[in-house]
Every structure is written in structure tokens, then in C-alpha cells.
Design a protein around this ligand. Structure first.
Ligand SMILES: Nc1ccn([C@@H]2O[C@H](COP(=O)(O)O)[C@@H](O)[C@H]2O)c(=O)n1
Length: 322
């Protein structure tokens, strides 16, 4: 890759969703910009800062504020981060060119025969438009996604790739983590905040990407697949999450979740979290923006449109750990 528990006493704290109903109607709260800057609280200063990101969109800013304030009150020891990998922690584009997913890293490498490359490219051309098609329901897409993953994995398994071939494939690739990735991984590590990477990509490749970037810290865990076991594709992450009850049981005091994803399937990644108090969902909208904007705004609390950085998640994590 080219580089570019302490036990907490359970409290009867109200969650953001419980307090929400007692508040005044959504959009008649005074805008913070109307205040003199010397009167601003640390939270207001932080929130003004993130609102200035031009690529940041929210359907309900009051709700985002409530969640963030509730999460901050609970403290960073209650926080866990659950993130998708491809096109969420990695860049979608660089210098106008699409960046590869874990699958693409392998597909474009020397360890794959040219015949296999052609077939895999054919699968990508057929199934990726289906993955992002807004006119099809998840139920309609599901069998087709299983078909894509299964066919691609069969082709890859037949290539009999060796482990050292994977490291080379990553080294030679154009894969790039989003700008600010080092700050993201290092800061979570410094504050012992668990990071669960939940990916339908190729687990061995993903691990190699983060290893080669020197950010594979002990707080990073993965729900990933190589070519064995249950198939994880982008629309069955709920089932994947529910298979990982052991992990979520270990993190039962981390009841506040920051979720990062780039597809609507990623919204289910936190379904196994026990006794969840608050969840802030940040979604990266990378492709087919106009068609998909409304559904992302309806599903994610914060939507980052064509933002190739982790600046917003980093600002949120810094605020929650201050
Ligand atoms: N043969 C395939 C199958 C899937 N993809 C892409 O991988 C992404 C899934 O990984 P996440 O980390 O996002 O869960 C998904 O966006 C597919 O487009 C692929 O490139 N080749």
C-alpha cells in the first residue's frame, strides 16, 4: 500500500431518545451563532466547529446535539466505535481516480491470472450498480449480493493465493485510508476505546492494509471474513453482528456507540450491542449522491458528502474524550 474496563456503576441516566420528547419543537431553537462567542459553552464551540464543515449534512441538528451531549456526559469509558472498512475508513477517490476496495486490491494484483481478473471485473461491472441502485429494495438486492460475493470468492479461492502474496498485493496497490486516519486510530488507542471494524471485504487484506499503515493497535478488533465460514456481504451485517455476542458481551459497559458506514447495510452493525444508551451514526455518501442523499439523511444522523477525510469523526472523538 502506498503510504500517503473499568466497571461502571449502572446509572439511571436518561438517554437522548428519552429526553427528546420533553423538548420544544425541533426547529425553533435559537441558532448558536446568535450568541456572543464569549458566552459559548465548550459544547457550543465544538458544535459550531463541526457545522462549518461544508460537506456535513444533518436532517435534525437538535437531535445530533442531544445525542452528543448525552454521550459526552456518559464519559469516554462508555464509548465504543463500530466502523465499516471499504470506502468508510478507506478513501473512495484520490486525484479523481476510484480507490480500490479490499476485493479490488486482490483482483488488480499480480497474484491473480489475467483470465481471473477479467471475470472479476465482469462481476464488478454487473453487481456494483445493483449494490447502489436506489430503485431496488434490500430484499431484491440480497440474493444478487450473495451471488456476487460467492462467485468472486470461488474465483479467488481457485487462484490458490499465498499469504505473502497478499502483503505484496497491498503494498503494490493504490489503497488509501482516509485523511486523518492516523489521528483516528492513535487517538482511540490512547484512550483505550474499542474499535470494531465490521467489513464484508477480505479480512486478510484489510488486516494487511492497517498493519502496513502502522495502526493495527490492540484496541482494534474485526468482524471480518477470509474465505471460510459465514459469508458477510453488505446487506447481512445484522446477522454478522448477532453472531458476535461474545465480543459485545465483553463490551457491555460501552453502551455508547459511534457508528461509521458508507451503505445503508452498515446501519445494522451495532445490532448486537447490549443495553445501548446512545448511538451516533455518521454516514459517508460517496457515490450517486443526488439519488441517495435523502435516504442517507433519513438514516444517518450526520451525512458526509464526498468527504475523503476523517475530520468529522476525529472532531467528535476528540470532543467525547476531552
Ligand atoms: N467481489 C466484490 C464484492 C464486494 N466488493 C465491494 O466491497 C465492499 C464491501 O466491503 P465493506 O468493507 O464496505 O463492508 C462493497 O462496497 C462492495 O462494493 C467488491 O469490490 N468486490
Amino acid at each position: 500500500m502506498r503510504k500517503n474496563k473499568n466497571k461502571r456503576q449502572p446509572t439511571k441516566r436518561k438517554t437522548a431518545s428519552q429526553t427528546q420528547k420533553s423538548k420544544r419543537p425541533r426547529n425553533d431553537s435559537p441558532k448558536m451563532t446568535e450568541k456572543d462567542s464569549s458566552e459559548l459553552t465548550p459544547f457550543e464551540i465544538f458544535f459550531q466547529k463541526i457545522e462549518k464543515f461544508s460537506k456535513l449534512h444533518m436532517k435534525d441538528r437538535d437531535r445530533v446535539q442531544e445525542i452528543l451531549q448525552s454521550m459526552q456526559k456518559a464519559g469516554s469509558k462508555t464509548l465504543q466505535v463500530i466502523s465499516d472498512f471499504d470506502m468508510t475508513l478507506t478513501r473512495f477517490e484520490y486525484n479523481g481516480k476510484r480507490c480500490p476496495t479490499c476485493h479490488n486490491i486482490l483482483e488488480r494484483s499480480d497474484v491473480i491470472s489475467s483470465d481471473c481478473k477479467k471475470k472479476l471485473q465482469g462481476l464488478l461491472d454487473k453487481y456494483y450498480p445493483i449494490e447502489i441502485d436506489t430503485t431496488l429494495s434490500v430484499e431484491e438486492k440480497l440474493p444478487l449480493m450473495v451471488e456476487w460475493w460467492t462467485k468472486a470468492h470461488e474465483l479467488l479461492v481457485n487462484q490458490k493465493i499465498k499469504k505473502d502474496g497478499l502483503a505484496k498485493a497491498v503494498r503494490d496497490s493504490d489503497a488509501k485510508l482516509r485523511d486523518g486516519y492516523k489521528d483516528f486510530f492513535d487517538h482511540l488507542h490512547e484512550h483505550s476505546i474499542p474499535l470494531l471494524i465490521f467489513s464484508a471485504g477480505i479480512g486478510d487484506i484489510l488486516e494487511e492494509v492497517i498493519r502496513q499503515s502502522d495502526i493495527f493497535h490492540p484496541n482494534v478488533k474485526g468482524v471480518l471474513k477470509a474465505f471460510k465460514g459465514e459469508l458477510i456481504h453488505i446487506y447481512n451485517k445484522r446477522e454478522g453482528a448477532l453472531l458476535n455476542t461474545g465480543h459485545f458481551q465483553e463490551l457491555r459497559t460501552q453502551t455508547n456507540v459511534l457508528l461509521l458506514g458508507d451503505s445503508l447495510g452498515d446501519l445494522n452493525m451495532a445490532d448486537g450491542v447490549q443495553d445501548m444508551e446512545n448511538i451516533l451514526k455518521i454516514g459517508f455518501l460517496n457515490d450517486k449522491v443526488e439519488e441517495r442523499k435523502q435516504s442517507y439523511l433519513d438514516s444517518y444522523d450526520i451525512v458526509l458528502i464526498k468527504d475523503e477525510s476523517l475530520d468529522v469523526p476525529n472532531a467528535v472523538i476528540r470532543f467525547l474524550t476531552e
